[in-house]
Design a protein around this ligand. Structure first.
Ligand SMILES: [Zn+2]
Ligand SMILES: [Zn+2]
Length: 154
């Protein structure tokens, strides 16, 4: 089963469509994500770059410093500057910001990460895995997503 999801920036210049289900959905409570969003956490839809079909616009990369001294590439609408997705080490995977989906409720976190810096008033559901820092994809991702991971690693 595949659901077509669309989304975009605030001004409408950037529009995209996800052509398949996500690989996995992260809710990240790290301090970098808190600073970048000005909020308690970010919700990242992990999906192959070639499954994010751009319908309009051309998100521009901005290099953003992280606490560990590395940088993270955040792609923003060139007009309204809304962050649409990030790229970390692996260019084949987009970390798409779920809040830019037309229907953000159409995805939910599969895992909560970096809960060591979770804001104390955020209560997490017992039913979703949560980790102080990070986790092993091999243990948590569904088989179909691991197969997709293998496909672009090959
Ligand atoms: Zn825009
Ligand atoms: Zn984070």
């Amino acid at each position: 089963m595949s659901v077509s999801r669309e989304g975009g920036c605030a001004c409408g210049a950037v529009r995209y469509r996800l052509t398949s289900e996500p690989l996995f959905v992260h809710c990240c409570h790290c301090l970098n994500c808190q600073r970048q969003t000005g909020s308690a956490f970010v919700i990242n839809v992990l999906i192959e770059a070639d499954r994010v079909e751009l319908l309009a616009g051309d998100p521009q990369p901005v290099e953003v410093p992280r606490d560990d001294g590395s940088t993270q590439t955040i792609y923003r609408c060139p007009s309204c500057q809304i962050a649409v997705y990030s790229q970390y080490a692996r260019p084949e995977v987009r970390f798409l910001r779920a809040g830019t989906l037309d229907d953000p409720a159409s995805v939910a976190p599969d895992v909560h990460i970096f809960t060591r810096s979770k804001l104390p008033w955020v209560a997490l559901p017992e039913s979703v895995a949560a980790f102080d820092v990070y986790y092993d994809a091999k243990e948590l991702w569904p088989a179909a997503s691991l197969e997709r991971l293998q496909a672009f690693r090959a």
